[in-house]
Design a protein around this ligand. Sequence first.
Ligand SMILES: NC(=O)c1ccc[n+]([C@@H]2O[C@H](COP(=O)([O-])OP(=O)(O)OC[C@H]3O[C@@H](n4cnc5c(N)ncnc54)[C@H](O)[C@@H]3O)[C@@H](O)[C@H]2O)c1
Length: 255
Amino acid sequence: MAGLLAGKRLLVTGVITDASIAFSVARLAQENGAQVVLTGYGRLSLVERIARRLPEPAPVIELDVTNAEHLAGLADRVREHVDGLDGVVHSIGFAPQSCLGGGFLDAGWEDVATALHVSTYSYKSLAMAALPLMSPGGSVVGLTFDASQAWPVYDWMGVAKAALESASRYLAMHLGKQGIRSNLVAAGPLRTMAAKSIPGFEQFEQVWTERAPLGWNLTDPEPTARACLALLSEWFPATTGEIVHVDGGYHSVGA
Ligand SMILES: NC(=O)c1ccc[n+]([C@@H]2O[C@H](COP(=O)([O-])OP(=O)(O)OC[C@H]3O[C@@H](n4cnc5c(N)ncnc54)[C@H](O)[C@@H]3O)[C@@H](O)[C@H]2O)c1
């Protein structure tokens, strides 16, 4: 099989609709020679239906990243489909409504803890759950929304992303000895289910499309997915703890 990811075996989390960034990653990965195993959270029959829209129908394993049993059993479940993993994609984020849309000052710890558990700590949990299947050259890739500054309405999700960016650097440090890389893609705003659940998210949309030097398409996750593929491939062999911006260049310009 030819392609950027020829012969690679990937675990891709985070597909819930065909607008999901993870769906584009899975589709492009298959088109580029990879074998893909998906994980699904919650509405598994929905994820299975979406999975059938991929070029090759992909198996779906149930995974709630906050569920210790799911994590403990993950490697064995993945082994039913592939004999190892060359890459893992973390495309997961969630924060209770109180944590978003301007609620920063009032959100309580229980809700903030949920946001951090699902959106941040899970990056490490997922990598460790998959580690028994990985070998030198392996790649872990996650998705962030540039957390170097505070954004309107993003609130505790922004804090979770800042911590995710740090967690990726620590993962890179701890797994480097085993030859495993950890990198993030900082995507611009995309109209996915996760984005639609953030009240006021549309505030980002107009400024982004107007100011990004290359412009920005809010409904096209493919540029983001392409960067994920590149980081999963052998073309970034000496890059780890890195954040690649796929945002039309927005982060690089002032107001
Ligand atoms: N959409 C954007 O504007 C944007 C921008 C930058 C980064 N991101 C990030 O991209 C990633 C993917 O989000 P998306 O925009 O494709 O939205 P999405 O809604 O399609 O995907 C989010 C996924 O998280 C999963 N999830 C939530 N809780 C989970 C849990 N406990 N266990 C396992 N999975 C769980 C959902 O099932 C869903 O598949 C997220 O990390 C998100 O923060 C999104």
